[in-house]
Design a protein around this ligand. Structure first.
Ligand code: ZN
Length: 284
């Protein structure tokens, strides 16, 4: 009897974000790094970024911005090697206090049960081994970022629950959930490097509050060398022309440092300290 060796099933990674550009500016190097290794990468994006600030030089208008940003997302995804982009169809809530967001279509006002059904169904359809989403504080504090973190964390658990949605239907239990983080110490180094070359940037940076972004080093569980995809990452950044890449202000000599390493906290199974992991797929 002859046995036939079946090709190994691809490992799959699901990236869950709130707006077009979050996937690239936040996780583009991770996406390109794993796609280059033959991992099947899917991106789910909750909104089309309709409330984003339009960068100078872009011909987008408030009316066209959603279409423009969706196209930018799809172009960047293709460059990074994403298998498929999945849009949840909510509206960008904008960067204002949550209680002032009245639009019923805004992502922060989305019906929680409906949102969880959409995300859980995607997880069960895609069957990822690893899921990565935005950090609990949203990284920038954007209410949509915080909501996608919370919803993705809940859907990650619900997808494995046989009683949820379709009793007796197909369930899926991804193995690991990560939050994309940035160590505060690295952020400070970055700001220092930028303002050294361009002192005029000090005030806009202070106003943006990014010096307060990031987490303490001890919550980082995973540090990945993604310097292999630097060129791809820079090309993907450039796709989001309507937003202008925040990385454009990095002095060229700092680019490999800032874009060459990605940091994460492992949320499930919860990180309890120890030697840092150097791969999201350790043991898979
Ligand atoms: Zn965003």
């Amino acid at each position: 009897m002859r046995t036939i060796a079946l090709p190994a099933a691809p490992r799959r990674l699901l990236i869950s974000v709130a707006h077009p550009d979050d996937e690239t500016f936040g996780m583009g190097s991770t996406i390109a790094h794993y796609a280059a290794q033959g991992i099947e990468v899917h991106v789910v994006c909750a909104t089309r970024g309709e409330e984003g600030e339009i960068a100078s030089g872009s011909d987008a208008t408030p009316e066209t911005l959603g279409d423009v940003r969706e196209a930018e997302l799809r172009e960047a995804a293709e460059i990074m090697g994403v298998k498929k982009v999945h849009l949840l169809g909510y509206r960008d809530s904008g960067m204002v206090p949550v209680e002032e967001i009245e639009n019923p279509d805004a992502f922060v006002n989305a019906n929680e049960a409906d949102l969880l059904v959409k995300l859980t169904r995607l997880i069960r359809d895609i069957r990822p081994h690893v899921v990565v989403t935005m950090p609990p504080d949203g990284g920038t504090g954007h209410p949509d970022h915080i909501r996608i973190n919370q919803a993705t964390t809940r859907a990650f658990k619900l997808a494995a629950h046989p009683g949820y949605m379709e009793p007796g239907g197909l369930v899926h239990s991804p193995t690991k959930l990560f939050y994309k983080e940035y160590p505060r110490a690295r952020m400070r180094e970055f700001i220092e490097a930028v303002t050294k070359g361009r002192p005029e940037m000090a005030e806009p940076i202070r106003q943006s509050g990014i010096d307060k972004f990031g987490v303490e080093e001890d919550v980082i569980s995973t540090k990945i060398d993604v310097s292999d995809v630097l060129e791809t990452r820079i090309k993907a950044n450039a796709c989001h022309a309507s937003q202008g890449s925040p990385f454009d202000m990095i002095p060229p000599e700092m680019v490999p440092t800032v874009l060459g390493t990605d940091y994460f906290t492992r949320a499930i199974p919860a990180w309890t300290g120890g030697e840092l992991e150097s791969d999201l797929f350790v043991g898979l």
